[in-house]
Ligand binder design. Sequence first.
Ligand code: FES
Ligand code: FES
Length: 162
Amino acid sequence: MRVTFTANGKPVEADDVWEGESLLYVLRERVGLPGSKNACEQGECGSCTVYLDGTPVCSCLVAAGQVQDREVRTVEGLSEENGELGLVQQAFIDAGAVQCGFCTPGLLVQTDALLDRAPQPSDTDIREALSGNLCRCTGYEKIMDAVRLASARKCQKVGTAE
Ligand code: FES
Ligand code: FES
């Protein structure tokens, strides 16, 4: 079947999609967006998290046919329009929160979503928001630092703009 949807603001089309194929597979293998990672393929790790119509979902659990005519935003879509890293992406680098990087795309999308609804989250808020995202490398402290840094920079940016 053919699946047509919007990915990071651009219309995309994938042909010969098998009915049971996941959105994650379509993104990585068919439309050239390999940022979302395939770690467990069972909805357990969060590495494949993307926005679907504005809500973070595990793309390994979404059937390709379910995204017909819908909007997907991946970790690639968190960058600035000029191609520079986005605020959350840069904060993870600056805080040293990336090691192997497998968990990072999902963490970035979840952090972006968290800061949209709670620009100044408490540590409890952060832990709760990221509880579905597993990292085998960092011990989470650097990830906490990265989210706090992103939050501070976002608030500063909003304050400067006002
Ligand atoms: S790859 Fe989707 S949750 Fe792990
Ligand atoms: S950086 Fe390796 S799993 Fe998180």
